[in-house]
Design a binder for this molecule. Structure first.
Ligand code: NIG
Ligand code: FE
Length: 412
């Protein structure tokens, strides 16, 4: 039977992590017309409730489809040499100041056609999907001029039309200062605010705007101008904040109602309080922490104490996190940041969805879109505990089983 969005699907006897917690008893999960329509403890599930549903799985662990809320998946070239330079002692900031780093990816990305960028990004996105991702945010930020930033955003949108995944796009024009604007950062910020943001908004190419607020990138005052332009155009706000130093960028973002402040290794308590008051999500990026061999830990205890939701993302990018393996990031969040497996899973489901301003995603709840993963494991914590590809038994996007691709769904 073909699997269509109108299919009525049933899973029996699954252990459910619902986006925030592990449900206490085995459940039956039912999906119709792309939505979750029932979630019933097995002890209360009757055969009559199964009528009209195709049973497509039983046993194992079910989680919401994973949400990767911070990626730079679209880029050309490689930064393997830079990795070696850092191993020999150069810092990320040293390499950036010498014209490498982000700017080296900018040169390769500008030179690449839309088709080439699409072809290079596809396997990265496929790797995310094969490990359970059903929604992904993709940033621009390696074009740094109007045409090339829009080119990147178009590629991101096309990725979402090519594969069964929801793509949310973010304009990161204020990622680095391009060579055309050396010594004129304010002039470049004017270009971001007066040309890039209006064009991306008018063409429906961006859902949000992001900035890199750092001593090697843009100042808080410059970032504030970008936030104001984003607000004028009705776009969400995100911020690469406190990655290498404490610039007060998270608190600034919070003042502008930012969806999330991301990285935040150098965040202080005042910033945490500002985020708590504004409902700004803290996005943790252990892949970048690991790759840069960072030692300053994000203030996890403060975030917990002030009730700031913690999201977790791959930050997949060629410089600081060349990692397209979401469940590895669950593991790194636990081992490096001491998140609990439950916190890590919530970070890549419900809290990641909140960081995208799409709170109905990342949940297994009646009425939510049927983005689901069925894993060949016994308990949810195993996803964070073991580092092992190939555990995804089924991936359901919008009520359609799209993994394993080309294979009919596992029957009980
Ligand atoms: O999230 N910090 C700035 N931006 C990216 C890295 C980009 C790059 O090095 O290419 C990040 O870490
Ligand atoms: Fe990033």
């Amino acid at each position: 039977m073909p699997n269509t969005p109108s299919s009525s699907l049933l899973w029996r006897d699954v252990c459910v992590f619902d986006g925030l917690q592990v449900l206490p008893t085995p459940m039956a999960v039912q999906v119709r017309a792309g939505r979750i329509v029932a979630l019933t403890p097995m002890a209360a599930f009757t055969d009559a409730q199964a009528i009209g549903y195709r049973e497509v799985g039983c046993g194992g662990v079910m989680t919401p489809g994973l949400v990767d809320c911070h990626t730079h998946l679209v880029f050309a070239g490689s930064r393997a040499e830079e990795f070696e330079q850092r191993l020999e002692g150069a810092s990320y900031a040293d390499i950036a100041r010498a014209g490498g780093g982000i700017l080296s990816t900018v040169r390769a990305t500008r030179a690449a056609s839309e088709e080439q960028l699409l072809a290079q990004a596809l396997p990265r996105l496929q790797a995310l999907l094969a490990d359970g991702v059903t929604s992904v945010e993709i940033k621009s930020g390696y074009g740094l001029n109007l045409a090339d930033e829009l080119k990147m955003l178009r590629v991101a949108r096309r990725l979402g039309e090519t594969l069964p995944v929801r793509v949310v796009t973010t304009l990161l024009g204020a990622h680095a200062l391009p060579p055309e604007f050396t010594d004129d950062a304010d002039g470049y910020i004017a270009l971001v605010c007066n040309e890039m943001i209006p064009a991306a908004a008018a063409e429906g190419l961006a859902d949000a705007v992001d900035v890199f607020c750092e001593h090697i990138a843009f100042s808080p005052a410059q970032c504030e101008r970008v936030f104001q332009a984003a607000q004028r155009h009705g776009l969400g706000i995100k911020v690469h904040a406190e990655q290498l130093s404490n610039q007060g960028a998270s608190a600034l973002g919070a003042r502008y109602g930012a969806l999330s402040a991301d990285h935040i290794e150098f965040l202080d308590e005042a910033g945490v309080q500002a985020m708590a008051a504004a409902g700004t999500v803290a996005t943790l990026l252990p892949g970048a922490f690991h790759t840069l061999r960072e030692t300053q830990l994000p203030p996890i205890a403060l975030l917990r104490r002030h009730g700031v939701p913690m999201a977790l993302a791959s930050d997949a990018n060629p410089g600081t996190s060349p990692i397209c393996f979401p469940t590895l990031l669950l593991n790194l969040a636990c081992t490096l940041f001491r998140l609990t497996p439950r916190e890590a899973l919530a970070g890549m489901t419900a809290h990641a969805a909140q960081a995208l301003g799409l709170p109905e995603l990342g949940r297994i709840a009646v009425g939510a879109p049927a983005d689901l993963c069925l894993w060949a494991i016994q308990q949810p914590a195993e996803l964070a505990y073991a580092v092992q590809p190939g555990r995804l038994r089924q991936r359901v996007f919008n009520g359609i089983i799209s993994h394993p691709s080309g294979v009919s769904a596992h029957e009980c």
